[in-house]
Design a protein around this ligand. Structure first.
Ligand SMILES: [Zn+2]
Length: 462
């Protein structure tokens, strides 16, 4: 080997060494870089996971918890039996809840292959739309209502079908209640009716809803994602608490008589605004009857009772329909104002007797000349053409003679008179046990001047 060759070899070796070093250095660099990248990636992934956990835990937790609850528990309500409403005798039932059934499905518990079959059976038995039922049965929800308040025969038919077809899960037949009013129209406005969830919507049903409704119970099933029951005991019951019953002061017999004659009177006299009758026990204020005409059938509260409106019902706007029904449902006897007219002479008389201004039978105490002057205006007696002449208070009441009561009122004075209005309770509501009582309409005492006294025959016909 020549010297040059040796050197070349050396150089080559050296070069290789250098090259190897270079390669090694390069390799070390790449590893570092890789590790750094890996750490970054791991860090990013970890951050993402932690972020996601935080999001699930703190931001989205409630929603997910609810979703899991819905998925794992297939709970159904047990409706309590609403209290009964009795008349004053305690024997006649004015409102009662009958047991009916509500049909629900748990779609996740119905096998895919059975869905169409189940939907077909449900739509046939309960006369509901097949397509809608199929949608409900195929939904990814925990519970869907198919039919409410169905009678026993229908639910028995369904249960038989379930047995025959060996489909025993996913369809529930639960007890529910339906309100029934045995006397249909009797005392309709004061009793009121209930909505589809058995909640009182009108009258006593609404006012005493919290007492009548009771407390809803539950059937709870804890299931896994496939809808299989997890709880060993199967279903966990939270039983419903039935509502309290009510006994009214209203006597169904007296109410019936009042309604019969009110209706006759309204028809005979063509009372287009309807009419009201209240019958009270004067010893304790108990309301024995409160009749309103026209009334409606409590078992069909959304059927209008007016033939004219009924014939045009389909063309009416929702608002007009709602107003018409509200008019039909309201208790006229307590929500409408009505000018008492000459009946108020009794109040003026009572105040005058109590104040010792007059007595019942002082012969010739008063004189009707056919008119009386107030604040420069002559007010006529209704029998101005043949004046009543000399009268006692009793006679003046019998004759409903306006001039006598105007003169008594003037003796009483506005302030004393108003103190009696207040004592009689005319300036406040009666607080009757019914919803929708309107207040009275009286001028404020300080607004009553000579002109007001002159108008409306203040003392005689308030
Ligand atoms: Zn007179």
């Amino acid at each position: 080997m020549s010297e040059i060759q040796k050197m070349r070899k050396k150089a080559k070796k050296k070069k290789d060494k250098i090259n190897i070093n270079k390669i090694e250095k390069k390799g070390a660099l790449t590893r570092k870089k890789r590790m750094r990248n890996a750490i970054i990636v791991v860090f990013l992934v970890m951050s993402l996971i932690i972020g996601r956990i935080a999001w699930i835990q703190f931001v989205d937790g409630d929603r997910l918890k609810y979703m899991a609850y819905v998925q794992h528990t297939l709970d159904r309500k047990i409706n309590p039996k609403r209290g009964t409403i009795y008349d004053a005798t305690g024997e006649k039932v004015l409102a009662v809840s009958a047991t009916v059934r509500t049909i629900t499905v748990n779609p996740v518990n119905i096998a895919k292959n059975d869905k169409e079959k189940v939907a077909r059976a449900l739509s046939d038995i309960f006369d509901v739309d097949y397509e809608t039922t199929l949608k409900k049965v195929s939904k990814r929800s925990s519970i869907e209502t198919i039919a409410r308040k169905v009678d026993k025969e229908q639910s028995d038919e369904l249960m038989k079908w379930m047995e025959d077809n060996n489909i025993l899960t996913g369809i529930n037949v639960d007890e529910d209640t339906k309100r029934y009013y045995p006397y249909n129209n009797l005392a309709s406005q004061i009793i009121g009716f209930c909505g589809s969830d058995n909640q009182g919507l009108n009258g006593i049903e609404a006012l005493y809803d919290s007492k009548l409704k009771g407390e809803t119970g539950k059937i709870i099933k804890i299931t896994d994602a496939k809808g299989n029951t997890i709880l060993k005991e199967g279903e966990d019951y939270e039983s419903a608490i039935d509502g309290d019953s009510l006994v009214l002061t209203v006597d169904a017999t007296i109410q019936g008589i009042a309604e019969k004659y009110l209706e006759e009177a309204c028809i005979d006299n063509q009372c287009t605004d309807g009419g009201s009758v209240i019958i009270m026990n004067p010893n304790n204020g108990d309301i024995l009857a409160m009749a309103g005409y026209p009334n409606y059938n409590l078992n069909e509260p959304y059927t209008i009772n007016d033939t004219e409106l009924e014939s045009n019902w389909d063309n009416m706007s929702q608002e007009d329909k709602s107003n018409a029904l509200q008019q039909m449902w309201r208790i006229r006897a307590i929500s409408d104002g009505y000018e008492p007219g000459s009946t108020f002479k009794l109040i003026t008389s009572s105040a005058a007797l109590e104040e010792g201004i007059t007595d019942t039978d002082n012969k010739g105490e008063f004189n009707c000349s056919g008119s009386i002057e107030i604040a420069g205006v002559r007010i006529k007696c209704w029998r101005y053409y043949r004046p009543h002449g000399s009268q006692s208070l009793r006679e003046a009441l019998m004759n409903s003679c306006n001039p006598v009561f105007i003169s008594i009122g003037q003796k009483l004075g506005v302030h004393t008179y108003y103190s009696y209005l207040e004592k009689f309770g005319f300036l406040s509501k009666t607080g009757v046990d019914l919803p929708g009582e309107a207040g009275s309409i009286f001028l404020a005492e300080d607004k009553v001047g000579p002109v007001e006294l002159r108008n409306d025959f203040f003392w005689a016909k308030i």
